[in-house]
Design a protein around this ligand. Structure first.
Ligand code: SF4
Length: 364
């Protein structure tokens, strides 16, 4: 039986139940989910499905990430709510490709782990599955593992196995509606030009989940713990001298400007820090930056494209302000500019939760 897999939270429990109910059946997992955006999130979910299938001894095949075809299929349905018409097309698309994969592999039957997701309409899935059964002759196996406490069991398995629990369905349309209704920043789609690995980003999670696989291979016990913290994302920073001369500038992490724009001039300096007469904005030169952080950036452009880690920049902020929760704009420039300056800085500080990997020293 070919089992279309959407994510480890749904697949681990679902595959365990299938193994019990169909002991004679050889199950093959098929991860086909071009609906997962961005691509880094797709890789993260695939990574956890790989781990889960390895634990269960199930062969796993990765489908193509044909994003453009998926986008084309749902064109015009971008504003549909979850469980609406776009989701029907999304299921159909994934069923269609899975059914063809089942045919190609000579499988007689197929099913999908989406059936166990409490957020999905089983009726909609059944309808799509049966339509393809008629068309392709591949039996659609409908199982309801949500009933009789199944959802609670799934939750227990997710916790026991420390599976990666994503908090959105997959596509950018569903995600943007969800984040709008939560009044939350859609930081999943944020990708800095610097390639810095940002706190609580998908890239940080991928590195952590890869590390946990290495720990498991070595037999080291660990826990993934959650931690609340204040996160930060910077969208843009522009420094203008006089009317229109743009000067290369880098705002270090946690620099914020409530009205996103301030105008003024630098009035005085204390040690190597230069103070502007608006919004407590401070300037340091690249040479001061390099000497405090022991880095060797030769130009501002180089610093903008490959800055040090956020942790190092936080260390620099603490050195300059002697404050742990400081949000003052600290701007790095090649040389201190004179005259009228305009700083445009779009950045956000927000409550967030991150996961951390901790080695288990002693059992509770
Ligand atoms: S919300 Fe989920 S099921 Fe619906 S279209 Fe997006 S990814 Fe597909």
């Amino acid at each position: 039986m070919l089992v279309h897999i959407c994510c480890s939270v749904d697949s681990h429990f679902f595959l365990e139940r299938l193994q019990k109910e169909y002991p004679q059946e050889k199950l093959t997992g098929f991860f086909y989910d071009p609906n997962i955006h961005p691509y880094s999130e797709y890789r993260l979910r695939y990574l956890d499905v790989q781990r889960s299938c390895k634990k269960l001894g199930i062969e796993l095949i990765e489908g193509e990430y044909d994003l453009e075809n998926w986008m084309e299929a749902v064109r015009g349905l971008e504003n549909e709510p979850e469980k609406g018409k776009r989701c029907e097309v999304c299921f159909d698309k994934r069923f269609e490709v899975s059914a063809h994969k089942a045919l190609e592999l000579g499988e007689k039957s197929m099913t999908t782990t989406l059936l166990v997701s409490p957020l999905k309409s089983q009726e909609q899935l059944k309808h799509s599955g049966e339509a393809f059964e008629k068309e392709h002759g591949v039996e659609f196996v409908f199982v309801d593992y949500r009933a009789n406490g199944g959802t609670q069991d799934q939750s227990r398995v997710t916790k026991e196995q420390q599976l990666y629990r994503q908090d959105y369905c997959g596509c950018l349309y569903g995600l943007s509606m969800q984040r709008n209704s939560q009044d939350r920043l859609m930081d999943e789609m944020f990708s800095p030009i610097s390639n810095q690995i940002l706190p609580a980003s998908i890239e940080e999670r991928i590195a952590m989940y890869e590390e946990r696989m290495r720990l498991e291979d070595k037999g080291t016990d660990y826990r993934i713990i959650k931690q609340k913290f204040l996160n930060y994302r910077q969208f843009s920073c522009t420094l203008i001298k006089g009317k229109k001369e743009v000067i290369p500038a880098h705002a270090i992490t946690y620099s914020t400007l409530p009205r996103k724009r301030a105008q003024g001039k630098i009035e005085y300096a204390i040690d190597d820090v230069h103070y502007m007469n608006r919004e407590e904005i401070r300037f340091i030169t690249l040479s001061t930056f390099n000497s405090l952080l022991k880095t060797s950036h030769t130009t501002l452009t180089e610093l903008i494209f490959s800055p040090p880690s956020q942790a190092d920049e936080q260390r620099l902020r603490k050195l300059l302000t002697e404050e742990s929760f400081d949000l003052t704009p600290i701007i790095v420039v090649e040389s201190i500019p004179e005259g009228k300056l305009t700083l445009k800085l779009d950045a956000k500080v927000y409550e967030d939760t991150k996961e951390q990997l901790r080695l288990l020293v002693s059992a509770p």
